[in-house]
Design a protein around this ligand. Structure first.
Ligand code: AMP
Length: 209
């Protein structure tokens, strides 16, 4: 399976992505996670990306396309992958098309998780992320300050703070939402209602595929 998962920040993409990747035994390639690892490692990519990420802006297309090109060349992606957080602009989608031709792979579907904006802002404002394993939870669901999966420390991601959240949503509407039309024109788009429990959304995605 070669899949893309689309959706605004806070729609539950990460949680669903992990479940899909497990079900189809494909690597979960999350560009946000890749960039956060690069920032923590103070690599060249990380140093360039950090200033954009803290503001809630997208990093330059060329930077992220280079990262994805490298990642898709790894052997575990040869038989399928799930892209989460990429592409996020039409030029990125066009670059991905070219890259897929080069590596002789074809997309099977683009799953778009759909949630109303008000619900997204509500979800993001209570979101806590584990600094060790990336698990996402909320202050309402876990008040211990420790991740239930790995006991890592839970905190509010810098770009989940209100100002950066508003910026990320504005960027999403302007730059990423046009991808719905891009993939719909190619007959690949599968829209999924993102309201409800994790399990309900999981079932919707399964039947969409
Ligand atoms: P995410 O965890 O997917 O919300 O990504 C966190 C941040 O990483 C975003 O707000 C961007 O600054 C950056 N980022 C992740 N993926 C991309 C991408 N495909 N293009 C540009 N910036 C990205």
């Amino acid at each position: 399976m070669r899949l893309i998962l689309l959706g605004a920040p806070g729609v539950g993409k990460g949680t669903q992505a992990r479940a899909i990747a497990e079900r189809y035994r494909i690597p979960h390639i999350a560009t946000g996670d890749m960039l956060r690892t690069a920032v923590d490692a103070c690599s060249e990519v990380g140093l360039e990306a950090e200033e954009y990420m803290v503001r809630g802006d997208l990093v330059p297309d060329a930077l992220i396309i280079g990262c994805v090109r490298e990642r898709l060349a790894k052997p575990d992606a040869a038989n399928g992958f799930l892209l989460d957080g990429f592409p996020r602009t039409v030029p990125q989608a066009e670059a991905l098309d070219i890259l897929l031709v080069e590596i002789e792979q074809e997309l099977d579907a683009v799953i778009a998780i759909d949630v109303e904006e008000e619900a997204i802002v509500r979800r993001l404002s209570g979101r806590l992320t584990c600094s060790d394993c990336g698990t996402v939870t909320s202050a309402a669901a876990n008040s211990s300050g420790r991740c239930k999966r790995c006991s890592g420390t839970l905190s509010v991601r810098e770009d989940d703070k209100p100002e950066a959240t508003r910026q990320r949503l504005a960027v999403y509407k302007e730059k990423t939402a046009p991808l719905f039309g891009y993939y719909s024109d190619k007959g690949l788009l599968r829209k999924v209602d993102g309201n409800g429990t994790v399990e309900e959304i999981e079932r919707r995605i399964e039947s969409a595929l």
